[in-house]
Write a protein that binds this ligand. Structure first.
Ligand code: GTP
Ligand code: IMP
Ligand code: MG
Length: 336
């Protein structure tokens, strides 16, 4: 067990935060590193009676022995970073790379005042798109230029590669989902960067030969915030009736929903080179599965659904989410 990467298989909000928090407690990684775009993501961790909504810090922070790193490819908003550092109490375990680009107020204003980004695409308004534009133009400020961030700066690629070389377990948390990728998603209704496992490697400075497992996370139904086609989309009333209706972590917007999409799941497994899958929210589609922690206790319907997914995607389902808490999970990895 050295380096595992976790990514979203649909349109984000698959429940990556919950899966990472479980793995952090169970497998005790030495390093939990956040890859991905930046503060547009909101990952939810429910642990020991508290709920955290994290936009910068890895959901693995609940493992008190893990170093919590943010790679050079990830955009940093210093205010949000400091707020989360306080809320989570990570202290000196939190480090970011000096080459992280900085989201400034002007990026947020541009994101929110652009009718194209805000209205047509339905961006999160977090400034990520305009900040990545400035980065490409080679004018953006980097973390190493901000005196206020000095205490957090480290060489993240070096720390991660040293940990891998010593046989320590490094857990990488991607953000968004495969079909929000700038390259592989439903362009132009996508985010401002690639979001697949290869990009997560690049975000952190990990070479592809160093990765052992790619865990892809799918929710038991699909959801999407912002504009863009969602195959099989159901109405808001129908979503409420089925218990699928959700609101977004960062913006509070309504999430649109549709049934599990086997074709998209197959393609996402291919593009990410995924080796195992985590399925979240089985309890929402099959309420009798709520809180169950062993496969034997799953209802027949729940088991048939998981089997059908495995047959379609041709990789094993290794983890099944049965509730919002970090430990509400069926762990099938021993049987792989
Ligand atoms: P993004 O990177 O923004 O895409 O986020 P994410 O993948 O971490 O998901 P997010 O936290 O935005 O949304 C997932 C929601 O589902 C949260 O409210 C979680 O607490 C909840 N959740 C995750 N897994 C399960 C599960 O197995 N069952 C139930 N009932 N809730 C879950
Ligand atoms: P941006 O990343 O803020 O520019 O938003 C571009 C598109 O990606 C919009 O449709 C957003 O709703 C979507 N998006 C960005 N980040 C997330 C996320 O973490 N979860 C779900 N959707 C996201
Ligand atoms: Mg989210």
């Amino acid at each position: 067990m050295t380096c595992h990467i976790l990514v979203g298989g649909f349109f984000g909000d698959e429940g990556k935060g919950k899966i990472v928090s479980y793995l952090a407690i169970k497998d005790k990684p030495s390093v939990c590193a956040r890859a991905g775009v930046g503060t547009n993501a909101g990952h939810t961790v429910v642990y020991k009676g508290k709920t955290y909504k994290l936009r910068q810090i890895s959901s693995g922070f609940i493992q008190e022995n893990a170093n919590i790193l943010i790679g050079p490819g990830v955009l940093v908003n210093p205010e949000i970073l400091k707020k989360e550092a306080e809320e989570t109490g990570v202290g000196e375990r939190l480090k970011i790379d000096g080459q992280c680009a900085i989201i400034e107020e002007k990026h947020i204003e541009e994101d929110r005042s652009s009718s194209f980004l805000k209205e047509r695409i339905g961006s999160t308004g977090s400034g990520c798109g305009p900040c990545n534009v400035e980065r490409v133009m080679r004018k953006v400020k980097l973390a190493k230029d901000i005196p206020d961030l000095r205490q957090y700066i480290t060489d993240v690629p070096l720390e991660i590669n040293n940990a891998i070389d010593r046989g320590k377990y490094v857990l990488v948390e991607g953000t968004q989902g495969t079909f929000l990728s700038l390259y592989h998603g439903t362009y132009p209704f996508v985010t401002s960067k690639d979001t697949t496992a290869s990009q997560a490697c690049a975000d952190l400075g990990i070479g592809p030969t160093k990765v052992d497992e790619v865990i892809i996370v799918f929710k038991s139904y699909t959801t999407r915030v912002g504009a863009g086609h969602l195959p099989g989309e159901i109405s808001e009333e129908e979503a409420k009736r089925r218990g699928w209706f959700e609101t977004a972590t960062v913006t509070g917007r309504k999430r649109r929903s549709a049934p599990f999409n086997f074709e998209l799941a197959k393609r996402a497994v291919m593009i990410n080179g995924a080796t195992q899958a985590a399925i979240t929210k089985l309890d929402v589609v099959y309420p009798e599965c709520s809180g169950i922690r062993s496969i034997e206790k799953l209802s027949e319907e729940g088991r048939i659904f998981i089997k059908k997914i495995e047959e379609a995607i041709k990789i094993p389902v290794s983890l099944i989410g049965t509730g919002p808490g970090a430990l509400d999970i069926i762990d099938l990895r021993e049987e792989l």
